[in-house]
Ligand binder design. Structure first.
Ligand code: SF4
Length: 489
């Protein structure tokens, strides 16, 4: 059963409630059903918050360990008239904690720190709820600010916090939003105290972010359901409202766009769709030797090296399969070793193996092209080389994104993982590292250690490097296999 503390409406639950009443109820009453948490985003948020606080050197950090002490300390420390970090206030059943409360003309400013690079609607709702709570306990709020990262900031030497952060005045928007809060709070408290609401799924399950209960709520959908229609959320919702859950049940006279018609055809006839003419055109343009290339990158909210902006991608690994006209295959790979900026070495090694002619096949070329362009900007002597490499690139995503080939086993997705499984039955399952996000987390660990300062052991480094090799190697091998299948059909 819930305790009194759980029955409070805290800020995060209020935001849950704005997305869905069922999510709110579960978050308060049965939070063990929630499969989260995006730990990286969470850690990144903490790091950004602590950097922002450095801009207020006389600020007082209020301990957050003990809920009751935190509330008492917050009220006592208000008298000091200094910036307060993590001050918490409770009014009846609403509770909120402020990143930074800054004294201002006998009043206080709310400063909410976010690791994003712009103000989002959910931030306004977040700060409005805070203001509502603080004013209810009698605090006078002057202005509300959102402090977020400046995407245009480029690190040169020591981090310049004044330039890294942008403090935007969001007071007017908050004022607009706050009008709706009393009614919502009343409704949400009723939901919390009541029975679990019965909510029908909808597009809101993904807005502003994917709901952590989706697996549970969406599992009733049949195989090849309408939400697998390629980029067809609106269409899927319309069909769902009409009671049509499976693609195979979409009536023939129902108006569908071409790609969705292909999907229905494939499900109904249980065979792939092949546009031989377009596939042949695509394949005939390829020039040997074929270079199958894939990059792995990582990014950080706070730039860790010079010449980097917040969230800029840092390439640290590549895999390259080279196939000649006799179908002879060679594999090259690179993983940066030191904890220094890997970009120079990455570029040097890539130049060694990319040759001067032959198609460079990538999957979703804007990613690899973007990184090559950034490397050429950083090391301008390589501009010509970068231009020629970019011109040689061919995007293997095109036949799938344009539905020259579609198999219903792709489940409406054109990602290399879905395509590989549908065309070759090979999967990434069982691999220690099976996605790009995990690859960057593991790599950062062996290079920089964890957030508590623990360094990776030699065995851990060896193991992670092997796993990274396997993962990135499979990405390029997958492209070789997929192209082989396309050729055969
Ligand atoms: S998956 Fe959708 S319906 Fe289910 S709790 Fe989440 S938002 Fe609500």
């Amino acid at each position: 059963m819930s305790t009194t503390f759980q029955k409070l409406l805290v800020k995060s639950k209020y935001l849950n409630g704005l997305q869905c009443s069922k999510l709110l109820w579960i978050a308060v009453n049965q939070k063990e059903r929630i499969i989260e948490i995006d730990q990286v985003r969470f850690d990144e948020g903490i790091l950004v918050g602590s950097e922002a606080k450095k801009l207020f050197p006389d600020g007082i950090d209020i301990s957050t360990e003990n809920f009751k002490n935190n509330l008492e300390d917050s009220i006592l420390l208000l008298k000091k008239g200094k910036p307060l970090f993590e001050a918490a206030f409770q009014s009846e059943r609403t509770y909120s904690r402020a990143d930074i409360l800054e004294p201002s003309k006998e009043c206080w400013n709310i400063i909410e720190v976010k690791s994003s690079t712009k103000v989002k609607d959910e931030h306004i709702q977040d700060v409005a709820f805070q203001k509502y709570c603080y004013e209810k306990v009698g605090l006078k709020i002057n202005k509300c600010y959102l402090m977020h990262l400046n995407s245009k900031y480029i690190r040169k030497g020591k981090i310049n916090l004044e330039e890294l952060f942008i403090k935007e005045d969001i007071s007017k928007k908050v004022e607009e939003e706050i009008k709706h809060i009393p009614k919502r709070v009343k409704e949400m408290l009723e939901i919390i105290d009541g029975k679990e609401p019965n909510v029908k799924i909808g597009n809101f399950c993904n807005i502003p972010r994917e709901c952590p209960i989706m697996e549970e709520c969406w599992k009733f959908l049949p195989e090849n359901h309408v939400f697998e229609l390629y980029r067809g959320n609106k269409q899927a919702m319309e069909l769902f409202e009409k009671g049509i859950l499976a693609i195979k049940d979409i009536p023939e006279d129902y108006e569908l766009e071409d790609k969705h018609r292909i999907q229905r055809y494939c499900v109904k006839n249980n065979k792939p769709h092949v546009n031989k003419k377009e596939l042949t055109n695509f394949i005939e343009k390829l020039k040997y030797p074929l270079y199958f290339l894939d990059f792995e990158t990582y990014q950080s909210a706070i730039p860790i090296y010079d010449d980097l902006s917040p969230y800029q991608q840092i390439p640290f690994q590549f895999s390259l399969h080279v196939v000649d006209e006799d179908n002879k295959k060679e594999h090259f790979s690179f993983i940066a070793e030191s904890n220094k900026d890997p970009r120079k070495e990455f570029l040097k090694e890539l130049k060694k193996v990319l040759g001067k002619k032959g198609s460079i096949i990538v999957y979703n070329q804007s990613f690899e092209q973007g990184r090559i362009k950034e490397l050429a900007e950083l090391f301008p002597k390589n501009k010509k080389w970068a231009e020629s490499v970019t011109k040689r690139m061919v995007d293997l995503l095109i036949p799938f994104r344009n539905f020259y080939y579609y198999d219903c086993k792709q489940k409406g997705s054109c990602s290399i993982k879905h395509v590989l499984q549908a065309l070759t039955k090979k999967t990434y399952e069982g691999m220690e590292i099976d996605n790009g996000g995990l690859a960057s987390i593991r790599y950062l660990y062996i290079i920089h250690g964890d957030k508590h300062g623990k360094k990776a052991s030699a065995e851990e480094v060896k193991k992670v490097r092997e796993d990274l090799e396997k993962y990135c190697g499979l990405d390029t091998e997958a492209m070789v296999d997929v192209l082989d299948v396309l050729r055969k059909v």
